[in-house]
Design a protein around this ligand. Structure first.
Ligand code: DOR
Ligand code: ZN
Length: 435
């Protein structure tokens, strides 16, 4: 028996087709059958979406789910709930778990746990080097065969240039990107904040902008030399944006992401030694933030990725230079960017949706990110007149490390649909995606 769903009367925004109009979305057996007004399907489950925006389910190509190894911080169960609550239907966990995702055994394990616990689709990213130690390249072909969609040593850069060159050479043959956490380790040293007046006054060691831009320049040269695809994670500096723009103009295979926190916050947030605002790369100054926003609008930055990085309260209570870097983001990334970039008139809503769905999927060649007929019925319904409070009880992540706690954001995720199945609606988790 076929399973039908009719999402009726929403303002449908599908950047892939340029659609922005009131229409119905008819879904059958997990796939989109038709997007058009006036659909009749008496035998379908009906979702009245009048007054809501219907868009492709959001795609996040950079998250940390901490399973296996640090299930006290996050699990595939809790992290995919946070994703569903934030309107994401596909997410890609980084391999810096314990054990590290550097073998097909771990990739298979993640896939099995996702089948059992996942509330959204999970596409694992595997390590570039064994144990993320930067020495020995992993079995890219094997890892890709078992479902790794990309390779990254995130948390750390691929420091050795010759390893990076070889990694790009091999992955070019597989058509998969290397996602680099681009920072020159010697320039980061024990820096913990943006190198500038504030860090100096607070007595914190700085991370210069060149720590990032010098590594981005190297990565671009190696991508150009090998024909490989390098993706720059969490870009934080104006200079990196300039280098990426220039490389793209020359036809180098480079893509890039920006996080909601680098797009919205500056290093002002670390005042009072607020460890919730410690991230790697660090929050930077006004000029860098403005350049990132421009780059996201122009497409120099391809997409938004949250770098959702859960940590325990106890660890975040350590002194600033000892607290682990990272903040959560999955639960409210859309609402935050809607409030800060769309409501302020900087980005049109369809462009924000595009950067958070289709453009992200495209970096990794994932199937989602559009409402095309025949494609997977991964859909988010957004209530733009609603609001989202960032509170412990409204966040599904196991961790609550964010300097945005207490904020009230414009808009709300009304419903998240994965493969035609509602996984989240009206503040509550409804169902897992597969089990
Ligand atoms: O802030 C960060 N947190 N940056 C990273 O690169 C790693 C991440 C984590 O795993 O906590
Ligand atoms: Zn990183």
């Amino acid at each position: 028996m076929s399973r039908k769903l009719l999402v009726a009367g929403a303002r449908v925004i599908d950047p892939a087709s340029g659609l922005d109009a009131v229409a119905d979305i008819l879904v059958e057996d997990g796939r989109i059958v038709r997007v058009a007004p006036g659909q009749k399907a008496p035998d379908a489950e009906r979702v009245d979406a009048a007054g809501l925006v219907a868009a492709p389910g959001l795609v996040d190509i950079h998250v940390h789910l901490r399973e296996p190894g640090r299930e006290d911080k996050e699990t595939i169960f809790s992290g995919t709930q946070a994703a569903a609550a934030g309107g994401f239907t596909s997410i890609c966990p980084m391999p810096n778990t314990n054990p590290i995702c550097d073998s097909s055994t771990v990739v298979n394990y993640l896939r099995a746990v996702t089948e059992r616990d996942g509330h959204v689709r999970v596409f694992p990213i595997a390590a570039v080097t064994r144990g993320q130690e930067g020495k020995e390249i992993t079995e890219f072909g094997d890892l890709a065969h078992f479902g790794a969609v990309a390779f990254s040593d995130d948390g750390r850069p691929v420091a050795n240039a010759e390893i990076m060159r070889r990694a790009l050479e091999y992955t070019a043959m597989l058509g998969r990107p290397i996602l680099n956490h681009a920072e020159i380790p010697e320039l980061v040293a024990d820096g913990v904040a943006h190198a500038g007046d504030r860090a100096a006054r607070m007595g914190l060691r700085g991370v210069p902008a060149a720590a990032e831009s010098a590594c981005v320049a190297r990565d671009i040269e190696l991508a150009a030399d090998t024909g490989g695809h390098v993706h720059i994670c969490h870009v934080s500096t104006e200079r990196a944006c300039e280098l990426i723009a220039d490389a793209k103009a020359r036809g180098v295979r480079v893509t890039a992401e920006a996080t909601p926190h680098h797009l919205v916050l500056t290093d002002e947030m670390i005042e009072g030694f607020n460890t919730f605002a410690r991230v790697a790369p660090p929050l930077r100054g006004e000029a860098d933030r403005a350049a990132l926003r421009e780059a996201l609008r122009s497409g120099v930055i391809d997409c938004v990725a949250t770098d959702h990085a859960p940590h325990t309260e106890i660890e975040k209570e350590l002194p600033f230079d000892q607290a682990p870097p990272g903040m959560i983001g999955l639960d409210f990334a859309f609402q935050l960017l809607y409030t800060e970039l769309v409501e302020t008139g900087f980005l049109p809503l369809p462009l924000l949706i595009d950067r958070m769905s289709r453009c992200a999927a495209r970096v990794l060649g994932l199937e989602g990110g559009t409402l095309r007929e025949g494609g997977p019925a991964d859909i988010v319904l957004l209530d733009l007149s609603g609001e989202t409070r960032i509170e412990r009880r409204s966040v599904f992540s196991k961790s609550f490390n964010t300097p945005l706690r207490g904020r009230v954001l414009r808009s709300r995720v009304a419903r998240t649909i994965v493969g035609g199945r509602t996984v989240f609606a009206d503040g509550k988790i409804v169902s897992k995606a597969f089990a």
